[in-house]
Each structure stands twice: as C-alpha cells, then as structure tokens.
Design a protein around this ligand. Structure first.
Ligand code: BG6
Length: 352
C-alpha cells in the first residue's frame, strides 16, 4: 500500500498479449493501477540509433521530405532478416510466430517512422500521435484479402541446418510461421498507391535490417546503360548503420554510359559519438521519464487490430506455410516477396 506515486514507472516488454483482446486486457489491468504516463512499453527497435535517425534524415534536411511521397516513391520495403533460428526458445516461439514476434511491433515501428507526417515537435505525444495516424491509415486487411497480400513461410532442413520442425520443443506438425511478408497500403494523400512490403524471417542467408525507398523512374532515359528505377534510398539499421543513396553517374571514358553508384554515409565510422545499445537507451529514458521511444496504448492496439485478420485467416487455413531452405533467401513466391539481391556488393532487396 502507498507504493504507487506519480514518479513510479512500470516497464512492459513486448509482445504485449497474443491478440487484440488479450492486449486490451493487459492494458486494462495495468491501467487500473497506473496512469498512461507511468507506463513504458518497450519495443527495442525504437531504441536503435539507426531507426531514430530516420526522423532526423526526413525532418532535419530539406532534400528528402519533398520527395517522400507517392509522386516520387514507387514502393517501400521494410525488411528484418535474421540468420538465427529459434535457438532454445522453441516453446515460446511456437505459440508466438514471426507475426507476433516481429511484425506487430518492430516492423510496425519501422513503418511508422518511415511513413509518418512531420510531428509538431519531438515531444512524446506529438511523435506518438503521428505514429498512430499511420497505423490507423493502413488499409485494413480482411480474412479473404490475406490470401493475396500475406505470405507465411517456415524454414526447412538444409545441409547441416535443422528445419523448424526439427528444432527443440517444436511439435512435428507445427504451422507456426518463421517468415512473414505483407503487402500493406496506407490510405492517405502522401502514400496512396505506394505498396509497403513488410518482411521478416528467421534462418535467412544473412542478418540485415533495412528500409528501402524505391524511387519512380524518369520519363525518358537519354544515357546509354541507364537502368530503370535506379534511384533508391537504403537506410540500413543492421548489421551496419548506414544510409545509401543510389544514383546514376557517368562511367569514366569517352562514352556516355552511366552506372548505379551509392553515395554512402557510414554512421558507425563517420560519427564519433558513442552509440548506446537499444536497451541501454530505453532504460535510461525510463529513469529520466522520457516516453518518446515507448509505445502508447492506442498505438499498440491499432497495430494488433491491423494484424488480427491475418491471425484469423491462419487459424482457419489448413495450408501449411511455404517451406524455404534454412540459410537461404527463400524462394520466389507470388509478388517476389522473398528475393533479396546484391547491389554493388551491398545487400539490398530487389523488389519494386
Ligand atoms: C526480438 C525477438 O524482439 O527481436 C527475437 O523476440 C528477435 O526473436 C529479435 O531475434 C531481433 O532483434 P535484433 O535487434 O537482433 O534485430
């Protein structure tokens, strides 16, 4: 008794709930003891310097924001590929799956930071108000439209690597997804008609998390060797923290050929300040009472609402997830969701 005062904070780690109803229940229960301003819901992706940098890039420079819309951008890819499998977490993972583990939270936050409108200020509620608007503007999926817009996959045995079904504590017939790809659309003036591809997978060929903006093409190409859709902005969150703008430049020599070359900012090497680990930053913010990098209740629940038709579809769907070989980039499936190719020696998803 008497332990709860205004300066008391409660920290909650994702995933909060297993669906919308259970998440609301947790929020109601916690909310009956603590005010919203006392509740710090962690999504460690928000603690990553590289993700926070998206807002700086967008709103502290004059050149990106005017092009950050459907007039110039053709598609956006948000990718978190991991080399790790489920490791020792089979019991947890099998009732969770990639949608609850990565999409409802981490990918959704990457989407918000990429797509939000400029906030009035960097104050917690100004930023969170804009993020909620993005999630609420997502074109809702229906149980039927999930079949067209969502792919679920599961890694299979390859060489000396176990498949998901052979991992510790995984039931032999499990349908739990270790890979998800979603074609999402945002129904607002800025993003109308631009597909956002959200993809995440375990046991992929490499570890990479990135946001790729694929720009539209020029009306005509006067330079030989010019590549269609050559311009893209790649914001790499990991394993390296970098920003690459791919542009076409003249190939040296007497001809007029052009080739795609990245203008790269290597944030790890070029900036000298220490980059705190995600959890280090977040825990420090809890101590300092800064809520900007934490999920607000409405944001969390809107994200659950968006993924619910996917969970409902999968609960009824008797088709097993598509298999992909462990440590591969998967296989081409429907709208090319699965493929990631090399561009100038650095990885970048090739789908446009
Ligand atoms: C966690 C998931 O939230 O994020 C793990 O539960 C996943 O399954 C991890 O491996 C990925 O985090 P990061 O920072 O390594 O991309």
């Amino acid at each position: 008794m008497g332990l709860n005062a205004d300066n008391v904070r409660v920290v909650l780690e994702k995933p909060l709930g297993t669906d919308l109803a259970s998440s609301q229940q947790i929020n109601n229960d916690v909310g009956s003891f603590f005010k919203e301003e006392q509740i710090y819901r962690i999504d460690h992706y928000l603690g990553k310097e590289s993700l926070q940098n998206v807002l700086a890039l967008r709103f502290a420079n004059v050149m990106f924001e005017p092009m950050w819309n459907n007039k110039y951008i053709k598609s956006v890819q948000l990718t978190i590929a991991e080399q790790l499998g489920v490791e020792e977490r089979g019991e947890f993972y099998d009732i969770t799956g990639a949608l609850r583990d990565m999409v409802q939270n981490h990918l959704m936050q990457m989407l918000c930071m990429t797509a939000m409108e400029p906030p009035k200020s960097l104050d917690a509620d100004d930023v969170r108000d804009e993020k909620v608007k993005v999630i609420k503007s997502l074109k809702p999926l229906t149980i039927e439209s999930v079949n067209e817009n969502v792919v679920r996959g599961q890694y299979t045995e390859a060489r000396d690597m176990k498949g998901y079904l052979q991992e510790l504590n995984i039931p032999a017939e499990s349908f739990t997804e270790t890979y998800v790809a979603i074609k999402a659309e945002i129904d607002n003036e800025r993003w109308q008609g631009v597909p956002f591809y959200l993809r995440t997978g375990k046991r992929m060929a490499d570890k990479v998390a990135e946001i790729v903006l694929n720009f539209r093409d020029l009306d005509s190409h006067i330079f030989p060797g010019s590549q269609p859709f050559a311009n893209r902005l790649v914001i790499e969150l990991q394993p390296f923290d970098s920003v690459r703008l791919c542009v076409q430049v003249k190939t040296p020599g007497t001809g007029n050929n052009v080739e795609v070359t990245p203008m790269t900012i290597d944030l790890d090497k070029q900036l000298t300040g220490r980059r705190p680990e995600a959890y280090e930053r977040l825990l420090l913010d809890v101590i300092n009472g800064n809520l900007a990098l934490f999920n607000r209740r409405d944001e969390l629940e809107a994200a659950w609402e968006y993924v619910m038709p996917i969970l409902d579809n999968w609960a009824k769907n008797t088709q097993a997830p598509h298999g992909y070989a462990a440590h591969s980039w998967g296989r081409k499936q429907r709208v090319n969701y699965w493929r990631v190719t090399a561009i100038n020696g650095t990885k970048s998803s090739s789908i446009v």
